[in-house]
Write a protein that binds this ligand. Structure first.
Ligand code: SER
Length: 326
């Protein structure tokens, strides 16, 4: 089976349908303005479910699936310079609230990746938390991944938390190999010219307090995240997330306004076009969720993003107002 070329919209729908067929309630994306007071913006698909994971709210459904609008600004300086850093992105997720746990989450993720999306199994490498022998054994014995393609990684990479305190747990990630011809020796998942992490399965089972102590949550939960833009890059066989159908039309519009051709542009111009392509999505979605530009908090983030769009427009020769067109 070979990977299927799908549009971004088709990928989103196939993900949600796959989990709906497995008894997950499809829920709408929550606002980018979170109810959680500990963060300025919705930074992950799990954020709207944090009170359920912590046992502060009853669950309405044992299983849910979403495509959540997210914004992270910690990587803003990398936007446009790497193949896959963004401010705004969509995180596809499946969630279990005290229902299924590791064996089912891993089996679902594998079936979705290899059957629904048709990714060849020999192009996939997985990681597990160093001490998570259980996840390692599930990948090896239940799924049949050769042991050398299951990498054990440390806390920094494979223990996920939504912040310094709160729900957290070991995680297991699925990576796609763009260069299998380099062989199975010396697999280095940090090498992002070869590998892209596209699916993170978090085994959400602890609460971390301000002193760093881990207490088991009442329930063992599942929180996962698949980057829609990353899956689109893989399935559309383009060199970076920006050239997917989710972002490239914005880049094309900006290039047309500037009277330039993206394909023939130098690297610096491409970076500016990619920054515009990325930030415009963040700006439009922040405004749609009711944020207005200001000098503080979320309003400042919006103002900074708009300023950067305008600046990069100027750098590629656009004069006058253009943001409403892109
Ligand atoms: N919360 C995890 C992440 O953001 C999985 O969704 O990667």
């Amino acid at each position: 089976m070979s990977a299927k070329k799908l549009t971004g919209n088709e990928i989103r729908q196939k993900f949600l349908d796959f989990y709906a067929q497995r008894e997950h309630a499809i829920l709408p994306s929550a606002s980018l303005v979170p109810e959680d007071p500990t963060v300025l913006l919705t930074i992950a698909g799990m954020l709207p479910f944090k009170p359920i994971f912590l046992g502060q709210q009853p669950r309405k459904y044992p299983r849910a699936t979403t495509s959540q609008k997210c914004i992270r600004t910690n990587d803003i300086e990398n936007v446009g310079r790497t193949a896959r850093h963004h401010t705004f992105f969509e995180m596809l997720g499946n969630f279990s609230f005290g229902d299924y746990f590791k064996p089912e989450a891993i089996a679902f993720a594998w079936e979705l990746s290899t059957k629904t999306f048709g990714l060849p199994p020999d192009r996939l490498v997985v990681s597990v938390f160093r001490e998570d022998d259980e996840a390692f054994a599930i990948w090896r014995d239940q799924i049949g991944i050769p042991a050398h393609r299951i990498q054990r990684m440390g806390e920094e990479d494979n223990f996920w938390a939504s912040g310094p305190t709160g729900p957290c747990g070991p995680c297991s990630e699925i990576y796609y190999d763009f260069h299998p011809e380099l062989g199975d020796e010396n697999i280095d998942l940090e090498d992002d010219s070869r590998f892209i992490e596209f699916y993170n399965l978090v085994f959400m089972q602890y609460n971390r307090d301000a002193q760093g102590n881990l207490t088991p949550l009442e329930n063992r939960n599942i929180d996962t995240g698949m980057g829609l833009e990353r899956m689109a890059q893989i399935l559309q066989k383009v060199p970076n997330n920006y050239e997917t159908d989710l972002i490239f039309p914005i880049i094309k519009t900006a290039a047309d306004i500037a009277g330039i051709d993206y394909g023939k542009s130098d690297d610096k111009t491409k970076v500016s076009l990619k920054v515009i392509g990325d930030h415009v999505r963040a700006v439009a979605n922040l405004i749609a969720d009711g944020v207005t530009a200001s000098n503080v908090g979320r309003g400042y983030i919006l103002r900074r993003l708009i300023r950067r769009v305008v600046r990069h427009g100027r750098l590629i020769g656009i004069s006058g107002e253009f943001t409403s067109k892109v």
